[in-house]
Ligand binder design. Structure first.
Ligand SMILES: Cc1ncc(COP(=O)(O)O)c(C=O)c1O
Length: 372
């Protein structure tokens, strides 16, 4: 129903049509996927009900979940030695669950802190046992990633925890380090944005709500030999082994169903090599515009900049709320930086079309002409 106020507003102002959505998460999903979901409601593929309303043990749902698992494995090149788990509790639950499983009572783990999420991760690990800071860029306001050669690693660490992309601070580690200890990685805001070299990893986790699907499911990838090193006994639901062995309880069926479609969309596009090339182009376009002159200023040093969360300031920070408001009027939504750091953040995940980044760059040019 439209109101009289809406009648005088543009669709962008009224929010009645789809805008370019730069939200950090939950984030934009491929429009093709949304339309397919719409098509399959309220009745899914001859089952007489929607996918949300049938048993998680039914053949129809089983096929969806197995397809999501197989597609994730194909996209990431995961061999049979990897388990793909669909858990709940968000990436935040993983901050505790991972050390609960893999930090032995008499051992310790190393943490590399490159932003706000890494800080949260170590805090939870310290509730479980000994977690050391092996490296941190806190003194640089997390605007850089310490070089791997400088990490102060404990040769006996049970694992090394990294955050491959820091969503708030806008930095990204794309070199997939291979260390003596297995890596446990929070890849929430970059999983499926690029091919990964899996060699050094034991466990990778990601809340789905950035690149992989809607909120409500956490993707956990765990290598079998690492899984076998876990502490036992563990609470049933927090033991990765429970979920690797079988579908133990009711999974988040609807988010998993959407993840399956997002994976299919990615495969149709040509997989992660093709997606990576597009993501690199989008990020280069935006960072080139930021770097063109002093009107805008990137917050992260160039070699560590995130391809997913582009964080920047205006030379006159007082103009930032005006920038955000006017951008919305131009159909570009959710550009406000995280409340803890301020500034502007453009999250340009897989599903952000290149047209959206071009529209943002054109708006940035116009805004500079008006206010420069
Ligand atoms: C890198 C990273 N880790 C963890 C989280 C927390 O995820 P969740 O809200 O699924 O617990 C987020 C959420 O934005 C994130 O970006």
């Amino acid at each position: 129903m439209s109101t009289s106020a809406e009648a005088t507003q543009t669709p962008a102002q009224a929010g009645t049509e789809r805008l370019y959505n730069f939200s950090a998460g939950p984030a934009t999903l491929p429009e093709e996927v949304l339309l397919e979901v719409k098509e399959e409601l309220p009745v899914y593929d001859h089952v007489g009900a929607s996918i949300m309303e049938i048993s998680h043990r039914s053949a129809a749902y089983d096929a969806v979940e197995e397809s999501a698992r197989a597609r994730l494995k194909t996209l990431l090149g995961l061999g049979d030695d990897w388990h793909v788990l669909f858990l709940q509790g968000g990436a935040s639950m993983q901050f505790y669950q991972a050390p609960l499983n893999f930090l032995p009572p008499d051992g310790s783990a190393d943490y590399v802190i490159t932003g706000r999420w890494g800080q949260k991760a170590i805090k939870e690990a310290q509730l479980v046992g000994t977690a050391r800071v092996a490296a941190s860029s806190e003194d640089d306001d997390f605007n850089a990633i310490p070089a791997v050669e400088t990490w102060d690693l404990d040769p006996d660490a049970a694992f090394v925890h990294i955050t491959t992309n820091e969503t708030v601070n806008g930095n990204q580690m794309t070199d997939d380090p291979v260390l003596d200890a297995p890596l446990v990685a929070d890849a929430s805001s970059e999983l499926l944005s690029r091919p990964m070299n899996l060699e050094g990893y034991g466990l990778i986790y990601a809340g789905a709500q950035k690149n992989v699907g809607p909120a409500g499911v956490t993707i956990v990838l765990v290598r079998d030999d690492f899984l076998q090193t876990r502490t036992q006994p563990l609470p049933t639901m927090l033991d990765y082994g429970t979920h690797a062995a079988k579908r133990y309880n009711t999974p988040p069926v609807f988010p998993i169903y959407v993840v399956e479609k997002v994976c299919r969309w990615l495969q149709d596009l040509g997989g992660l090599d093709a997606m990576y090339a597009i993501n690199q182009r989008k990020a280069a376009l935006l960072y080139d515009r930021i770097d063109r002159n002093a009107f805008y200023r990137g917050t992260v040093r160039p070699e560590d900049r995130s391809m997913m969360n582009v964080t920047f300031r205006l030379h006159d920070e007082d103009l930032e709320p005006v920038f955000i408001e006017q951008a919305k009027q131009h159909g570009l939504m959710s550009l406000k930086g995280h409340r803890s750091v301020g500034g502007i953040r453009a999250s340009i995940y897989n599903a952000m079309p290149e047209d959206g980044v071009e529209a943002l760059v054109a708006f940035m040019d116009d805004f500079e002409r008006q206010h420069g």
